[in-house]
Ligand binder design. Structure first.
Ligand SMILES: Cc1cc2nc3c(=O)[nH]c(=O)nc-3n(C[C@H](O)[C@H](O)[C@H](O)COP(=O)(O)OP(=O)(O)OC[C@H]3O[C@@H](n4cnc5c(N)ncnc54)[C@H](O)[C@@H]3O)c2cc1C
Length: 400
C-alpha cells in the first residue's frame, strides 16, 4: 500500500543478516521510502565468523547501528506471521503495516533425526548456538576429544579453528571432505588439517548414526569417543514463509521468480539463504546473500515506481575457507559456482580470507553511507542456460 497521507512507501525488511542489512541500507537512497528492519537482536551477527566466536578468536558481532543506515528504523523482535491480505506482520504482540516486504530470514542448522543430536550435540550456526558452544568448550578439558560432524566449509573451519587452539579434534566427513572442493584442493586441505592434528574420518561408513554424551556412532559400526560433539551437517531455513501460507520449495525457501518477487504476491521480495528464485536456489552463502540483498531492494524500488524489475544476477568467485588463524584456502570457481583446479592457499589464503570477512562488513557500511552506489549485477550465462533447458523440458512435457 502506498500511504494516502503522502506518497511514502513503507518497506519492512525481515531479518538483519547480510542480505537484509544490504537491502535495508540500499532502500534508503529514496526519500519517499521508509525502511524498518526487524531482527531478533540489536546486533549484526557475522555468521561467517561464528566458529571464531566459539574458539574465542573473534567476537563475530557488531552493534547493528554500526552497519545500518541512520534512516533505517530497527525493531528488535521476531516476525511470527506475515499476513499478505492485510499487508501486515505480527511481531511481539504488535502488528506493523507494510507496502513491500523483503524476506531475508536466512538459515540455521538443520534439525536432524539422528538419535541424540538434539540432546547432546552443539550446532554452530546461530549466535546463540555459537555462544553455547563456547561455554561448553570452556567447561571441557583442553585435552578431551572433540568431534566435528560435517565437512562442508562450516565443519572444516570449526575443526581447524579448534585444532589451532590446541584441541584434539576428529572431523567426521560423511563420505567426503569438502564436497564442493576440487579434488586437488581437497587433498591440500586434508593435508593441512592432518598437520594441524585433526583426525579425518571419511569414506562410505563415515556417516553419524547416533550421538551420546561421550561418543559418536558411525554407520560402519565404529564408535568415536567424544567429550564434546559439534554438529555442522547442513543448514535449514525458518518456517515463517510456510507458516504464512506462501509458496516455498521443499526446504521451505520462499519461491520467487528471477526478479526475487514471491510467486504469490508481488509485494514480497526475498533475498539470501531463504530465497529460491525459479526453484533453483543459489548455494546458501554470504557471497550470494550480499549480491541478492541489494538486488531485492532494486526490485522493490522498481515496483514502487510501477516498473518491471530486471532479473537478479549472481556470480560466484569461489569459496574461501579459513584453516585456523595462520592458514586458509581460496578455492576459485566459475561464475556458476563450479570449483576449478585453482586456489590460493597457505598464509596468503589466510590473509585473503580475513580480507573477505572484513570487506563484507565494510560493504554493509558502504551501502549505509552511499546507498545505491554498489554495482551488483554479474551475469551468469550458465544459469540462463539451466533455466532455458528446464523451461524447454517443461514445455515439452506440457505438450505431451
Ligand atoms: C561458521 C560459519 C561459517 C560460514 N562461512 C561462510 C563463508 O566463508 N562464506 C560464505 O559465503 N558463507 C559462509 N557461511 C554461510 C553464511 O553465513 C550464510 O549463508 C549467510 O549468513 C546468509 O546470509 P542471510 O542474510 O541470508 O542470512 P543470515 O545471515 O542468517 O541472517 C538472517 C537474519 O534473520 C534473522 N531472522 C530469522 N528469522 C527471523 C524472523 N522470524 N524475524 C526477524 N528476523 C529473523 C536471523 O536471526 C538473522 O539475524 C558460514 C556460516 C557459518 C555458520
Amino acid at each position: 500500500m502506498t500511504s494516502d497521507r503522502d506518497s511514502t512507501s513503507r518497506v519492512i525488511v525481515v531479518g538483519g543478516g547480510y542480505a537484509g542489512v544490504m537491502a535495508a541500507n540500499r532502500l534508503t537512497q529514496r526519500d519517499d521510502v521508509t525502511v524498518t528492519l526487524i531482527n531478533p537482536r540489536a546486533q549484526f551477527v557475522e555468521r561467517i565468523r561464528l566458529h571464531q566466536l566459539a574458539a574465542q578468536t573473534h567476537p563475530a558481532v557488531h552493534d547493528m547501528r554500526e552497519v545500518l543506515a541512520p534512516d533505517v528504523e530497527l525493531v528488535v523482535g521476531s516476525v511470527e506471521l506475515i499476513d499478505t491480505a492485510s499487508r501486515t506482520v505480527a511481531v511481539g504482540g504488535d502488528i506493523l503495516d507494510y507496502d513491500y516486504l523483503v524476506y531475508a530470514v536466512g538459515s540455521h542448522s538443520s534439525d536432524v533425526d539422528v538419535p541424540g543430536v538434539r540432546e547432546h550435540a552443539y550446532p554452530v550456526s546461530t549466535l546463540e548456538q555459537a555462544q553455547r558452544l563456547r561455554a561448553a568448550l570452556a567447561d571441557t578439558p583442553e585435552s578431551a576429544p572433540v568431534t566435528v560432524v560435517g565437512a562442508g566449509p562450516t565443519g572444516i573451519e570449526t575443526a581447524a579453528e579448534l585444532a589451532d587452539a590446541g584441541r584434539a579434534v576428529t572431523l567426521v566427513c560423511g563420505r567426503v571432505l569438502g564436497p564442493y572442493l576440487h579434488p586437488r584442493i581437497r587433498r591440500g586441505i586434508a593435508k593441512r588439517l592432518r598437520r594441524m592434528g585433526v583426525t579425518i574420518v571419511d569414506g562410505a561408513g563415515a556417516t553419524v548414526t547416533a550421538v551420546a554424551a561421550d561418543s559418536v556412532d558411525l554407520a560402519d559400526g565404529n564408535q568415536i569417543t567424544s567429550a564434546l560433539t559439534i554438529w555442522a551437517a547442513g543448514f535449514a531455513v525458518p518456517e515463517l514463509a510456510l507458516r504464512s501460507g506462501l509458496s516455498t520449495d521443499e526446504a521451505g525457501r520462499l519461491l520467487t521468480d528471477e526478479t526475487l518477487t514471491s510467486v504469490d504476491d508481488d509485494h514480497i521480495v526475498a533475498a539470501g539463504d531463504c530465497a529460491a528464485p525459479s526453484a533453483l536456489p543459489y548455494r546458501m552463502s554470504c557471497q550470494a546473500a550480499n549480491q541478492l540483498g541489494p538486488q531485492a531492494a532494486d526490485t522493490v524500488l522498481r515496483r514502487i515506481d510501477g516498473e518491471e524489475p530486471g532479473p537478479a544476477l549472481v556470480g560466484f568467485a569461489g569459496q574461501c575457507i579459513s584453516l585456523g588463524r595462520r592458514y586458509g584456502t581460496f578455492q576459485f570457481s566459475r561464475r556458476n559456482d563450479v570449483a576449478v583446479p585453482l586456489h590460493v592457499g597457505g598464509r596468503v589464503g589466510a590473509r585473503l580470507k580475513e580480507l573477505v570477512c572484513k570487506s563484507t562488513v565494510d560493504g554493509l557500511r558502504h551501502e549505509a553511507d552511499k546507498p545505491g552506489r554498489r554495482l551488483v549485477r554479474m551475469r551468469d550465462p550458465h544459469r540462463d542456460a539451466a533455466l532455458a533447458e528446464r523451461n524447454s523440458a517443461s514445455t515439452l512435457q506440457a505438450a505431451r
